[in-house]
Design a binder for this molecule. Structure first.
Ligand code: ZN
Length: 289
């Protein structure tokens, strides 16, 4: 049996300012692949799609879930709009698969809006359904929060590690830094994880690090400073025998006119120990020992 799979599905739901008219455009851009699927799928599925491609109410459940999950992976606000489109979309937005793929990127770790209890329950539901961003958030807060117990910190680090191992780059960044600060056997593992985040050019590598660093520090500073101080104290720089070119690069690019055509550097030619030492210094800048 063959199911036609819609590879690039674009869905946009827009609520007008009057709040009375909902415009929905569902553009199925192209059918890219044909997949063989198990016999558990209904043989009428393909027929349903081809008979009524523009009627979202008659779209099969599998396709509604696929559309919702694509929208969810894009942003939370888009899925919130999609929930207004129909009862079907509202129901399906709570599907396990949709919650697992939901992007939480635009939500701060500690939102200040009113209904925080409801919000925390929602994030918890995402976590229970295996949403990696929700698991990472829980791990980050439990690991860094000043009121966390040792058990919570250990569990928090496991959460961060779990998501880092699945390829989440922000989790890889903070997990790698923690490991090289803790030292001992974990140090080399930390270097290896951080190495996977490198970009071909130093300018883009440093910009990527800056993005993660700013986000984590801005959100965790107020409650995570004691733990950051602890990590800073634990950190011991590994000696290197490089020619110093990497440090010279950082000095040259510390001003306004950074990463010019003549100032950039190929990342693989840089000393990794100097590179990550530089990042550790920036991450713990302004934190008293
Ligand atoms: Zn070096």
């Amino acid at each position: 049996m063959v199911l036609v799979f819609f590879g690039n599905i674009f869905v946009k739901a827009h609520l007008t300012s009057m709040g009375k008219r909902v415009f929905v455009g569902i553009s199925i851009i192209m059918m890219t692949s044909i997949y063989a699927v198990s016999s558990s799928h209904s043989p009428s599925l393909e027929k349903q799609i081809s008979n009524s491609p523009r009627d979202q109410y008659s779209l099969p459940e599998d396709l509604l879930v696929e559309i919702s999950s694509c929208v969810a992976a894009s942003s939370l606000s888009e899925i919130s709009n999609l929930r207004l489109v129909s009862k079907s979309f509202k129901r399906i937005s709570n599907d396990r698969y949709v919650l697992r793929r939901l992007s939480l990127n635009e939500i701060p770790l500690f939102p200040w809006f009113r209904n925080r209890g409801k919000f925390h329950n929602f994030i918890k539901r995402c976590r229970k359904n295996g949403n990696p961003e929700a698991i990472y958030r829980k791990g980050l807060v439990d690991y860094f929060h000043r009121n966390s117990s040792k058990r919570q910190r250990d569990k928090g680090l496991k959460h961060i590690a779990k998501v880092a191992n699945k390829g989440n780059q922000e989790a890889q960044y903070v997990y790698g830094l923690i490991l090289i600060c803790l030292g001992g056997e974990t140090k080399q593992k930390g270097f290896k994880i951080l190495s996977s985040l490198r970009k071909p050019l130093m300018s883009s590598t440093l910009e990527e690090m800056e993005k993660h660093r700013k986000k984590i520090r801005n959100e965790m500073w107020w409650c995570g400073e004691p733990m950051m101080r602890h990590l800073k104290r634990r950190y011991v720089r590994v000696n290197c025998n490089c020619d110093g070119r990497t440090d010279i690069f950082f000095v040259k690019n510390s001003g306004w006119d950074r990463y010019g055509e003549h100032n950039d550097m190929i990342t693989c030619s840089a000393c990794e120990i100097c590179l990550w030492h530089h990042e550790v210094k920036l991450f713990f800048a302004n934190i008293e020992e």
